[in-house]
Design a protein around this ligand. Structure first.
Ligand code: GDP
Length: 221
C-alpha cells in the first residue's frame, strides 16, 4: 500500500461521536504496551503519528485516522492496564465491546498480542469475543524480534491451548504455524502474523490482509 495521506480524523469518547458514512474501518486492539502505536506508525510509515507512550494506558479515546481518503484506521484504547480505576476500566471495556459488536463499517480487526509475553487472560477474553461475534480478525504477534524460533512455537502452542480445538494459521497462506502429527478436525482458526516494528517483519503481510478486505468493500463506496 502506498500511503499518500494520513490525517487524524477525530478522537472519540462516546459511540455517538463515531463518523457517519461508509468508509471501511480497520480497528487495532491490544493490551497497553503491546506495541500498538509502534505497529500503526510502521504500517503508515510515520514516525510519530500514534504516540509511543512512556505512560501505558494513557490512550483512553478511540482515535480515527483517515488513510488515503479511502479508509479508516481506528486506534482503540489499550486494555488490561492495572492502574486505571475500576469504573474507568468498565467504561472502556463496554465501549470496545459495543463498538466491535455493532459497528457496521468495521471491516477487519488487528488484535495485537505480545509474542514475548504470550496471551494474557485479557487477550484470551478479547479473542474469544472476536470469534464469538464472527468478526474478521487477525492476531499480530508483536515484538517478534525479541524471540527466537523455539519461543515462536511456544507462543503459538500457548494460544492454541487457550481454546478448544483451535489452530493458529498463517493469515496469508492459511498454513498451520506449528505442524502437528495429528490434524484437528472442525477446529476454529486463529489467523496470525508475527510482527516487528524494529525489523519490519510482518508489515507487508498485514497490509496484504487489509488490502484484500478493502477490495471486498469497493462496491459499497
Ligand atoms: P502501545 O502502548 O501498545 O501503543 O505500545 P508502544 O508502541 O508505545 O510500545 C511499547 C513499548 O514496546 C515501547 O517501549 C516500544 O519501544 C516497545 N516496542 C514496540 N514495538 C516493538 C517491537 O517490534 N520490537 C521491540 N523490541 N520493541 C517494541
Amino acid at each position: 500500500m502506498i500511503i499518500k495521506k494520513v490525517e487524524i480524523n477525530r478522537t472519540v469518547l462516546d459511540l455517538k461521536e463515531l463518523p457517519r458514512g461508509k468508509f471501511p474501518e480497520f480497528a487495532f486492539l491490544g493490551r497497553s504496551n503491546v506495541g500498538k502505536s509502534s505497529l500503526l506508525n510502521t504500517l503508515l510509515n510515520r514516525k510519530k503519528l500514534a504516540g509511543v507512550s512512556k505512560d501505558p494506558g494513557k490512550t483512553r479515546t478511540i482515535n480515527y485516522y483517515m488513510v488515503n481518503d479511502r479508509f479508516f484506521f481506528v486506534d482503540m484504547p489499550g486494555y488490561g492496564y492495572a492502574k486505571v480505576s475500576k469504573a474507568e476500566r468498565k467504561r472502556w471495556e463496554k465501549l470496545i465491546d459495543e463498538y466491535i459488536r455493532t459497528r457496521e463499517q468495521l471491516t477487519g480487526i488487528v488484535h495485537l498480542i505480545d509474542s514475548k509475553v504470550g496471551p494474557t487472560e485479557d487477550d484470551v477474553f478479547v479473542l474469544y469475543r472476536l470469534s464469538r461475534y464472527g468478526k474478521d480478525f487477525i492476531v499480530a504477534l508483536t515484538k517478534a524480534d525479541k524471540i527466537g524460533f523455539g519461543a515462536r512455537r511456544d507462543v503459538i502452542t500457548a494460544l492454541e491451548g487457550e481454546f478448544y480445538n483451535a489452530r493458529v494459521v498463517d493469515a496469508i497462506t492459511g498454513r498451520p504455524m506449528v505442524a502437528r502429527l495429528k490434524e484437528v478436525e472442525d477446529c476454529s482458526i486463529i489467523p496470525a502474523i508475527f510482527f516487528s516494528a524494529k525489523t519490519g517483519e510482518g508489515k507487508e503481510a498485514i497490509w496484504k490482509w487489509i488490502e484484500q478486505r478493502i477490495k471486498g468493500t469497493e462496491e459499497l463506496l
